[in-house]
Design a protein around this ligand. Structure first.
Ligand code: SF4
Length: 355
């Protein structure tokens, strides 16, 4: 059935209160869809959409990038990674420039490709840069399962996986951010289900809706959030129920918890968040490159003037960063939020005429 977009927009206008409502789209894919479709142009001015920390490359801290670059320069190491990480500026350089200088860094479309590279290069140490949220993690665990089955001993990961709900807890608890509602990511929710978000409505009284990635789905989520606010009744609305159910993908969840346990994790711009990351379980710790190689003490620094941290927390819009569009462009990015295709700064820059 064709969605009634004008009906949804009318509903949004009807439910918009006189005061400012701040709604955070948590996911980078939503940020891109909002920027591309020009959704902000049609919303009443009282509704302020702010971007959140839902771009995996953007929230990966500088220390991690620097470690990966350092690793790439060690003898007999092959680094394998998704392409988005290549251009993220480290303290001194990027993976891309390290590759140009001769480091063996290979871009993959799927982590399973790392198994093939390890199989073909038995004398080399192959490291996969394991970043990403709940959506990506099952593809990593699937890769580790193949490595176990095939008795591949030279495949390791540098792990910086992150899980979304603990970061939402930090954002929902912040009095400074004053977020009234969250548009929750459909793909992460398909894995974790609805239950892990319930604290947002129950404890923090935030209006929430899980959304797909079509503009009408995002508008529908905004409508459902406003309806909760106007009725002063908060819950996790799930209009995306063709893909997301209450329990989520239990098979994927089992695969994740077979290999990983929650651990503290540093998010760029937010800092350390308890239990917001994953560490390999003791029995699989041999996959951790840190058990094979000792890292030196690397002094990491954020790019001077870059305000990715404030962008990721929704404190400022990308265009409020003094470097936006002048020093920092999509072609010559200064910070991670301008590099990643899901980064807020990149979305604002590429589709800025619509904002
Ligand atoms: S515009 Fe560039 S420098 Fe500014 S916050 Fe975004 S990525 Fe960082």
């Amino acid at each position: 059935m064709k969605p009634d977009i004008s009906g949804i927009i009318e509903g949004i206008k009807r439910l918009t209160p006189k005061k400012r409502v701040r709604i955070m789209e948590v996911c980078g894919t939503h940020t891109v869809a909002i920027a591309k479709s020009g959704i902000k142009d049609i919303l009443p001015e009282e509704i302020k959409l702010v971007s959140g920390p839902g771009c995996p490359v953007c929230v990966t801290p500088q220390e991690y990038i620097d470690r990966a670059i350092w690793l790439s320069k060690q003898k007999d190491i092959i680094i394998t990674t998704f392409g988005d990480l290549m251009r993220v500026p480290g303290t001194e350089e990027s993976l891309s420039s390290a590759k140009a200088e001769g480091a063996d860094i290979r871009v993959l479309y799927s982590p399973a490709g790392a198994v093939e590279i390890a199989r073909e290069n038995p004398s080399k140490t192959v490291v996969f840069l394991a970043v990403g949220f709940e959506t990506t993690i099952p593809t990593i665990t699937g890769t580790l399962e193949i490595a176990i089955r095939e008795k591949i001993k030279n495949l390791f990961i540098l792990c910086a996986h992150k899980i979304v709900p603990p970061a939402l807890e930090v954002l929902a608890s912040s009095e400074d951010l004053m977020i009234d509602g969250f548009i929750l990511p459909g793909h992460v929710s398909a894995v974790i289900g609805i239950r892990p978000y319930e604290f947002l409505s129950r404890i923090h009284r935030k209006a929430c809706a899980i959304s797909g990635f079509e503009p009408y789905q995002i508008l529908e989520a905004i409508f459902l959030i406003l309806r909760q606010i106007s009725g002063n009744q908060f819950r996790i609305a799930n209009p995306y129920n063709s893909t997301v159910d209450y329990e989520g993908n239990t098979k994927a969840q089992k695969s994740i918890s077979r290999f990983f346990i929650p651990s503290d994790s540093v998010w760029r711009g937010i800092g350390n968040i308890p239990s917001s990351g994953l560490a390999l379980r003791e029995e699989f710790s041999y996959f951790d490159i840190g058990t094979r190689i000792s890292f030196p003490d690397i002094q990491s620094r954020e790019p001077k003037g870059c305000r990715c941290g404030d962008v990721l927390k929704g404190i400022i819009e990308p265009s409020e960063c003094p470097l936006f569009g002048k020093v920092c462009t999509y072609e010559n990015p200064v910070g991670a939020c301008m590099v990643s295709s899901e980064g807020s700064c990149a979305a604002y820059y590429r589709y800025r005429k619509k904002l």
